[in-house]
Design a protein around this ligand. Structure first.
Ligand code: HEC
Length: 142
């Protein structure tokens, strides 16, 4: 008959192993297809109306207006979350009328920005709640 201590120890070991496995689970990133093609297409239209006048039709920026695509952009957001970028857009863009766009519109624009930065599309549209977006990392290199 196994004694209680041995049983307890085994259970504890299993729990620790389980925890370690969970902690190792890969963090989702912008490389995992986190937006849909259709969402990006919708976002492009909104981008043209609300953002292109400043950030440029190729997302290249100009003067003191930063680019939203390319190496400078992805490296400055490297290690941040998609939620951080989303909140920046929600709270301060478009710079001339901040906060006028809905979460759905901003998610669409964000999908378009990701597409222009060559991050792959996936099957499902990007969620619009910050909580979920905070769990997705922006990593410049795969
Ligand atoms: C009137 C000009 C103007 C418009 C319109 C505008 N922006 Fe900006 N945007 C700026 C300026 C200036 C900055 C730099 C200052 C700052 O970060 O707040 C900026 C910064 C940003 C940044 C941060 C970039 C970085 O790497 O730090 C993002 C993201 C952004 N804009 C997205 C948008 C989106 C999306 C739209 C359209 C909904 C938009 N902007 C419309 C002028 C504008």
């Amino acid at each position: 008959m196994i004694d209680v201590m041995t049983a307890c120890r085994s259970i504890l070991l299993l729990m620790v192993a389980g925890f370690l496995l969970c902690a190792q689970e890969k963090v989702r990133s912008v490389w995992d297809g986190i937006y849909s093609e259709a969402q990006a297409t919708q976002g492009e239209t909104t981008y043209r109306e609300a953002c292109a006048s400043c950030h440029g039709s190729k997302l290249n920026g100009s003067g003191n207006i930063p680019p939203l695509a390319g190496r400078d952009f992805t490296s400055s957001w490297n290690g941040m979350s998609v939620g951080d970028l989303f909140e920046k857009m929600q709270s301060s863009m478009p710079a001339d009328k901040p906060g006028q766009l809905s979460k759905e519109q901003n998610a669409g624009i964000l999908a378009y920005i990701l597409q222009m930065n060559k991050f792959p599309a996936g099957g499902a549209p990007m969620p619009t709640d910050v909580e979920a977006l905070n769990a997705i990392r922006i990593t410049a290199a795969k």
